[in-house]
Design a binder for this molecule. Structure first.
Ligand code: ZN
Length: 366
């Protein structure tokens, strides 16, 4: 009898522990979405409440150059209102200097012509409208942006798809297709020469690939260190590829950054024309393994923009795949299927968001 009681007690204990772990696991789930295009506080409040009801635990607010110039106090109010609804808040330097993800104009690149990326174009100097990541003036601008981000009371900053320019050029009058890339400005050329002992080549060599990657990694580390000192969490999202043309081809170099807290990627399967399950699983697995190795929180972004009609159900699949791979921090770009922006809106934004909401609530209410 004693043994039986002991057995029942142990079984109960086990069930209790499993329940606890499960509850803890679900409670640890983090879901979010990006939010932009609105600076009217009462509308923001309504939307933040809706995000909470729809399963979100955090929001990524964009803070563009336009916001810095014209909405600095609005951003403080927006972050405060978002936090009051219970959401954790991250700020995104959306399109700043045209070197992050984001459909936003940059006046920095207009005002500081010498801080633009210079392309390896041999037919003459070509300075494009993208800031050089090695430019001190641009880094100082970003340090000011971080200062404002900290002032808003946000919990963290979100470094989205930092990149350098890459394109292809085909002469109309014949000749070989040529890789066109940045940056070969005087600062970058000097840095390259110091590191490799010779002039920066105009071809896309292995050293050029490595130099461009270290430029992005060094920039991220510099920014993340400043943000960490201000008490902000750092979250980074890399393009879902290790093609050197995109800049970062060894993700480990970013995962190793000590002041980075959240490490993620955005396997946007509609955009990259990939099969949802395979793509989300492959990228999630890579994010997860590097995050485990360097003690980061893994994050996966779900595509909620430019979603074609009748394919909205794939969003549920993507969240399932990310969750089953072991990801517990999932975000969607963007709120309400990105209905607010013609350029990236989904065919049926309300159905997109319904799928996001269903997927989030499925795991939050499990
Ligand atoms: Zn440069």
């Amino acid at each position: 009898m004693k043994n039986r009681c002991h057995f029942i007690f142990l079984t109960f204990q086990l069930i209790f522990l499993t329940e606890m772990l499960l509850t803890f696991n679900i409670a640890c789930m983090k879901f979010g979405a990006s939010y932009f295009a609105n600076r009217i506080l009462r509308h923001v409040k309504t939307d933040m409440k809706k995000m909470v009801d729809d399963g979100c635990t955090f929001v990524v607010h964009t803070m563009s150059e336009h916001d810095v110039a014209y909405h600095s106090e609005n951003m403080v109010d927006i972050v405060k209102a978002s936090r009051e609804t219970g959401l954790e808040v991250f700020l995104d330097p959306w399109g700043i200097g045209r070197v992050f993800g984001g459909e936003s104009f940059s006046t920095f690149v207009k005002a500081y012509q010498n801080c633009r990326q210079k392309l390896n174009f041999t037919e003459g100097d070509m300075m494009i409208f993208k800031a050089c990541l090695n430019s001190k003036t641009f880094r100082d601008y970003m340090a000011n942006w971080i200062e404002l981000a900290a002032k808003t009371g946000a919990e963290g900053v979100f470094w989205d798809e930092p990149h350098l320019f890459f394109g292809e050029f085909t002469p109309l009058f014949g000749g070989k297709k040529k890789d066109i890339w940045g940056c070969v400005c005087s600062t970058c050329s000097d840095l390259f020469k110091q590191k490799y002992g010779y002039e920066i080549p105009m071809d896309f060599t292995d050293e050029v690939k490595a130099f461009r990657q270290s430029t992005i990694v060094n920039f991220l580390e510099h920014m993340a260190n400043i943000a960490a000192k201000k008490g902000l969490k750092n979250s980074v999202c890399l393009f879902p590829t290790t093609d050197p043309r995109y800049g970062i081809y060894e993700w480990e170099k970013v995962a190793m950054i000590k002041s980075m807290d959240i490490f993620g990627s955005d396997p946007y399967w509609y955009a990259y024309k990939k099969e949802v399950k395979e793509f989300v699983k492959q990228v999630s697995s890579e994010v997860l393994s590097l995050s485990a190795k360097y003690k980061k929180e893994p994050q996966i972004w779900i595509q909620g923009y430019r979603v074609p009609a009748d394919r909205e159900g794939e969003i549920m699949t993507a969240v399932d795949v990310a969750y089953n791979t072991g990801i517990r921090n999932i975000a969607t770009w963007s709120f309400e299927g990105t209905d607010c922006m013609t350029y990236v809106r989904s065919d049926r934004p309300e159905i997109v968001w319904q799928n996001v909401c269903n997927a989030y609530l499925k795991y939050r209410n499990k």
